[in-house]
Design a protein around this ligand. Structure first.
Ligand code: AHM
Ligand code: MG
Length: 325
């Protein structure tokens, strides 16, 4: 039998490489993994549970909120807000900063998350995911502030996602490579299945919603037309960012959500979606850009800021940037 390394063991072993560390960072990652297991359980019974269905509410980004979104949101806040490791949080599902409840201990990190991305796919049983970014606070003490949350992506201490697919996977980076763990439901543990993930150097798939073709920038149209003329790269678009990025990470290729005439800032959110994916992709040897600038270098000015996103193999991101100049 092969040796099984669980996520918690991996985090613990990694912690030993940082003897000056306090263990808080490891604790937060374990807590996020627990959140992932709880959401995974609910997602898996979405089709039969009463929780299935719409609430009719609309979130700050104008999307319909489903009950599972709320469940995922509450799970993140309940588990991470009470352990004394964070000083503030922000979520795609909430307009402002999420404070740590009065009377609770404050920690030196902030967590930014999208509790359940791609939730419009739930009814069709398509993979969805949770996305997170962890930063060290920049203010000295007291409750966390917007300044702690509005940091550029290169300052992320860790980033990752949990994909609820054919199996549930926890994929993360703490700046030393990308590691993927698959949930073994029989033991309730994430076990290491994807060690030091590196993006294959081949452009296997391109992934974009072509509905917007006629309102894309000319450079993006040219890029896609060239790929089609060549006829070698397959089109794959799930419409669920975590699943689309997961495939891109494992198979190689390019994912994009371009700017359009109507939405020059694109659809995806820099803080909740772009930064985490950019850190993972960069750690796996790829790149992420808004068409001009490295995603990780964008200085955010507001929590729900959007950004065009071109992410995947370095060469492809470079080509798009050149075509957009
Ligand atoms: P959400 O955060 O409201 O779920 O929206 C984000 C999702 C991403 O998962 C996906 O990449 C994108 O929206 C798909 O958008 P579209 O349907 O316009 O292609
Ligand atoms: Mg989202």
């Amino acid at each position: 039998m092969k040796t099984t390394l669980t996520l918690n063991q991996h985090i613990y072993l990694d912690q030993k490489n940082h003897p000056q560390g306090t263990g808080v960072f490891s604790e937060i990652l374990s807590e996020i993994a627990l959140v992932g297991k709880i959401i995974s359980r609910e997602v898996n019974k979405a089709g039969i549970a009463e929780i299935y269905g719409l609430t009719g509410d609309v979130n700050t980004s104008g999307d319909e909120v489903q009950k599972l979104d709320q469940f995922a949101q509450n799970t993140f806040v309940n588990i991470l807000g009470y352990s004394g490791n964070l000083c503030a949080m922000a979520s795609e599902e909430e307009e402002g900063l999420i404070p740590i409840s009065a009377g609770k201990d404050l920690g030196k990190y902030v967590l930014i998350f999208d509790p359940l991305d791609g939730s419009s796919n739930i009814d069709a049983n398509v993979s969805i995911g949770s996305i997170f970014s962890l930063y060290k606070r920049v203010t000295e003490a007291g409750p966390g502030t917007l300044a702690d949350l509005l940091q550029p992506g290169y300052k992320q201490a860790a980033a990752g996602y949990i994909v609820y697919g054919a199996s549930t996977m926890f994929v993360y980076t703490a700046g030393l490579g990308v590691y993927g763990f698959t949930l073994d439901p029989s033991i309730g543990e994430f076990v290491l299945t994807h060690k030091n993930i590196k993006l294959p150097a081949v452009n296997k798939n391109y992934s974009v919603n072509e509905r917007d073709y006629y309102s894309w920038p000319e450079g993006v149209k040219t890029y896609i037309e060239d790929l089609k003329k060549e006829g070698k790269v397959a089109a794959r678009y799930i419409g669920s960012l975590v699943a689309d990025i997961h495939r891109t990470l494992l198979y190689g290729g390019i994912f994009m959500y371009p700017a359009t005439n109507k939405k020059p800032e694109g659809k995806l959110r820099l803080l909740y979606e772009g930064n985490a994916m950019a850190m993972l992709m960069t750690q796996a040897g790829g790149a992420a850009s808004n068409g001009q600038k490295n995603i990780l270098e964008i200085e955010p000015t507001e929590l729900h800021q959007r950004t065009p996103l071109y992410i995947g193999n370095q060469n492809e991101v470079k080509k798009i940037k050149q075509l957009l100049q």
